[in-house]
Each structure stands twice: as structure tokens, then as C-alpha cells.
Write a protein that binds this ligand. Sequence first.
Ligand code: PLP
Length: 363
Amino acid sequence: MRINVTKSSLPDFKEYCDEIRPIWESFQLTNNGPIHKRFEAELEKYLDVKNAVAFVNGHSALEAAIQSFHFPEGSEIITTPFTFVSTVNAIVRNHLTPVFCDIKDSDFTIDPEKIESLITSKTVAILGVHVYGNVCDINAIGKIAKKYSLVVIYDAAHAFGVKYKGKGIGAYGDISMFSFHATKVFNSIEGGCLTFNNDTYKRKLKDIKNFGIDETGNCYEIGGNAKMNEFQAAMGVCNLRHISEYIEKRRVVFERYLSKLDNVKGIYICKKDIVSTSNYSYFPVIFNNYKYSRDEVYKKLAMKNIFAREYFFPVINEMKAYLEYDCGNTPKASFYSKHVLCLPLYSDLNLKDVDEICRIILE
Ligand SMILES: *Cc1c(COP(=O)(O)O)cnc(C)c1O
């Protein structure tokens, strides 16, 4: 049987049917319907944030977040190349320039010690990514942002449910984006949200996802259509009911990998810091001077019908569409992208299969 790097979490079929049944009575399929409203309220509670605005997907949410600040065209946003391409595409699609900053060895998040030297008169924001659910150096980034009056946006696509110093991760920075894509820890089929403390952002963000139209029907901002529909919201409501169970099952899988692969020469596994909780979203392994290269491990597993993922490879500043941009100086990001492999991790992955995956890697 084929094992993929991830498998979507689904509620019971009947549970979902019960949730969507009212749609047949109300005929409201989308446009901020009752399930959507309930979902946003439940998100605020679970994520432990003041405001949550749902979107059709995480990428559109991030684009809207950046748009909402109205940065002058050509402004620079400092970000990491060690991420999914969505992060940087969201900058460029807003007619802004990405400036690539290298990452830390310890957890692969943006290195705050390298940010300051990249700041110019055009810099307007820092876009950090809580990659694999590892929390960025929020304090250091916050200090730099304050000193230079920069906006801080976090791509928290990997960090659903993560807490930092006892607070929801989405409460830090100016705005955070979560993704509810089918492949993520938590899904609403496709979906995403923005979270923020500043109540005055709410109206604007809700309007941007609806063409930029206000209550009177007047368009005051060039928005697109990024609304979440009722069927997505229903899936979100169902999955949110089971999220603790999904994460707990992931923890068991994660710990099993750790017990087999930790302290093996040539294998590096990033350990959680002590001030944040984990959602066990990914199990990235760095193969560095191991008896097999990353690509060899990938092939060994693939021969047994097990599909790990070279995530993130290549790094963004080495991708075709980005060759015309200044790729900066990011040797660590480039190195890790060539040595990292994310092993299969999802809530109902059998421990027997985990043992087999480890056996193949270690044999
Ligand atoms: C998944 C992901 C996104 C995009 O989210 P979608 O919901 O798929 O649009 C953005 N950034 C990162 C780091 C992601 O992993």
C-alpha cells in the first residue's frame, strides 16, 4: 500500500452531512453565511486570537494581508527563501520586491541577526514563516520592526494551534496567516484565515476578500474574490471538533520517529524549543554526511512505495520565476533545501509503518 507524506484528516461522513444539511434549507451557499460566521468565532477561540477572518485559501489571505497596508509600489519586504513559493508570490503579486534573508541552523526560520543589514529606505515589512511549525524569533523580529517602523507579517501556514509563551501564535506580529489546505494539520478542504489584534483591520480585510465593496455596495478598494464558502466552513467546523485528537495522534507518530532516528550520526532533527507548543505538522530530517544522501534516502523509500517529500526544494530564490530577482546571500537556506526530507506524518499513520520507514532509512 502506498504511503504518502501526508493524508488529509476527515470527520465521519455523517458528521459532515449533518453539518451541511442546513444549507439545503437556507439556500445560502456562501457570502458570510451562518456556518462561516460560526467557524470564524470558533477559530478565534481555538487559535486564542482577538480576530480571525476566514478566506477561501491561505494564499489569498496572505495576498490580502499585504494589500491591506497599501505599501508604495516597489517597496521591499524582507523574507525567507526557505518556504513554500506562496509566501514570496504573495509579495510579488502585490507589486512589491522580496528581499531574501538567510535562515537559522537551529530551526530554519528567518535569522534576525541577518535582517538589519538588509534594511534600506524602501523596506516596509518583515514576512517571517513559522516553518514546519517552528516559531520565528518573535522578540528579535519585533525589536527590529519597532526600531525601523516596519510591519510584521507571519506566514503561520504550518503553525495551526501552536502556542508561544502561553498565547496563540497568531496573536504576534501585525497579521498572521494560517492555511487550512487539505494537506495541512487542520483543513477546511481549502481555506485559510488571517488573525490580528488590531480591531480596525477587520472591516478592511473582510471587504478585500469581497471585491473591496463596502456595506453600501460601493467599491473603495480593488479587492478580489477570496471568500470562504459554507461547505468549506462546515468541514472546518467538523475538523476543529477533532483537532486535539488529530494533533495527539501526530505527537505519537512524531515521538516514534524521534526514538528511532535521534542521535544517529549524520541525521539532524530539529527539536522543539521550550517556550512554544508543537502541532507536529512535519517531520523534517536533515541528512548531512549520512551514509546515504537525501536523494538516496528518498529513492530507497520510493522503491518501497513510501513517498517522503523534498520540502522545500528548490529554495525560492533558485526557482525559475525568481531568477530575475536579486537572490541575496542565503547559503544556509540553499544547503538545507538540498539535505532536507520530510518523512510521512499524519494522524492515522501506523506505528508499524513508522518503524518500517526508519528501518529502510537506517539499514
Ligand atoms: C500551504 C502554504 C501556503 C499556502 O496556503 P494555501 O492554503 O495552500 O493557499 C503558504 N505558505 C506556506 C508556508 C504553506 O505551507
